[in-house]
Design a protein around this ligand. Structure first.
Ligand code: NAG
Ligand code: NAG
Ligand code: NAG
Length: 187
């Protein structure tokens, strides 16, 4: 009598033979995939005073209105001042979702480098959560555009950023000082 159990046993044993033949190849592939896991090195840290207006309520949640009040970029390897955030350009115009309450940042900013005076444009997107102490932590994909010759390795690389933004204090309710760490992919 035909039974599904019997049929599935046949299928399994056929697949078992097929897997036996494929195994050496597939385990090599798995090994390769593992060794390609990206690793990153921090290249800059920036301290960026940021001003906020009330979010604009809309169909997707609260549209954030954040602007930069300057900020210093430090070279992580040397500890030297690398550049400053140019005020008046870009900002954080992301969303605080009214579905999951996560903060989806949409950041653009312009840096002027201290050594060659060239400008860089950075664009970042990611996700952030408000911690129980009111600090928001973000993880972002970042991209850099600049004609600074010593930074072309960053223009052509995959960058990540991490931002920690404490809540504003009572004395300055519209300003918070964010700390941004920028990482470049090694491999
Ligand atoms: C940036 O560095 C300058 C000194 O070079 C300092 O006066 C200023 O307070 C720093 N700004 C921030 C936001 O840390
Ligand atoms: C708040 O929590 C975050 C994440 O756990 C931590 O990085 C930050 O230092 C804390 N801030 C304060 C003021 O305790
Ligand atoms: C500052 O923040 C408060 C509270 O979030 C808000 O009501 C106000 O419109 C903001 N802007 C200014 C310029 O005070």
């Amino acid at each position: 009598m035909f039974s599904f159990l019997g049929a599935s046993k046949v299928v399994i044993s056929v697949l078992g033979i097929a897997l036996l033949f494929l195994q050496p190849v597939s385990s090599t592939d798995a090994h390769k995939v593992q060794s390609n896991a990206p690793t990153f090195t921090q290249v800059y840290e920036a301290v960026i005073p940021t001003t906020f207006e009330n979010n604009i309520p809309g169909p997707f949640g609260g549209r954030v209105l954040g602007g930069w009040l300057g900020g210093n970029w430090t070279n992580t390897a040397t500890g030297a001042l690398a550049g400053r955030v140019v005020t008046g350009f870009g900002g954080e115009l992301g969303l605080v979702s009214n579905v999951d309450n996560k903060h989806y940042p949409d950041i653009s900013l312009v840096v002027q480098w201290a050594d060659d005076q060239k400008f860089a444009f950075l664009r970042m997107h990611g996700i952030g959560s408000v911690e129980s102490n009111g600090t928001t932590t973000f993880t972002l994909y970042a991209r850099m555009e600049t004609d600074s010759s010593s930074r072309q390795n960053l223009v052509e690389n995959f960058l990540l950023a991490s931002i920690v933004l404490p809540p504003p204090t009572a004395s300055s309710p519209n300003v918070s000082v964010g700390v941004l760490q920028l990482f470049a992919k090694n491999n």
